[in-house]
Design a protein around this ligand. Structure first.
Ligand code: ZN
Length: 193
């Protein structure tokens, strides 16, 4: 039963994603913008151009399974659990104010450890005790203090809500909520309503 629920959830998720396997699949609003080029470089093997300054800011998870195919100097990248930029605001402002970027790609991903973080509570605590030499009590306190800040619930809903928040915060900046599927290492557009 649990397996079936997982499969159904996966199908629901896929319905909200749009694959990009050719240039025409990219939303018109992103085509010929740094977001569009991000898709072309990563998904469509567009030959790398030379850049002297960053074209965009990418916010993505710290997860080790993801590697973007993009040219040198193409992008600022902030990596944080779940691609959560709520605690990186000064860095976002720096990329915009000083770096001059005009758009942000927010990249969530499948199988993210920040989804249902609470389920990994014991693993987290025991891991800190065994691997870092922490006292159990301190590890428990640490988890309980920070887990609610980093829990993202569902990766797609989370990037959509982050996009909404960032659009209000930086109204002139284009914000693109995207998803990276670790199953095929490709970037997907997310249907927004
Ligand atoms: Zn993640």
């Amino acid at each position: 039963m649990g397996g079936l629920v997982t499969v159904l959830k996966e199908i629901e998720k896929m319905k909200r994603l749009l694959a990009v396997i050719k240039t025409e699949d990219i939303f018109l609003k992103y085509r010929d913008t740094p977001i569009g080029y991000l898709f072309e470089y990563h998904n469509l093997n567009r030959p790398f151009e030379t850049y002297s300054k960053a074209q965009l800011l990418i916010g993505m998870c710290m997860d080790n399974r993801k590697h973007l195919q993009i040219p040198d100097n193409f992008s600022y990248i902030i990596r944080a659990g779940g691609g959560n930029l709520r605690y990186s605001e000064f860095k976002v402002s720096y990329a915009i104010g000083v770096g001059g970027v005009k758009c942000i790609a927010l990249i969530g991903h499948t199988q993210c450890g920040m989804v249902n973080l609470i389920e990994r509570r014991e693993l987290f605590i025991q891991g800190l005790v065994d691997n870092a030499g922490w006292q159990r009590e301190a590890a428990e306190e640490h988890f309980m203090q920070f887990a609610p800040m980093f829990e993202i619930g569902n990766e797609i809903d989370f990037v959509l809500s982050e996009a909404k928040r960032l659009r209000l915060r930086y109204p002139k900046i284009q914000i693109a909520p995207l998803l990276y599927r670790v199953e095929d290492n490709l970037l997907y557009l997310i249907q927004e309503n």
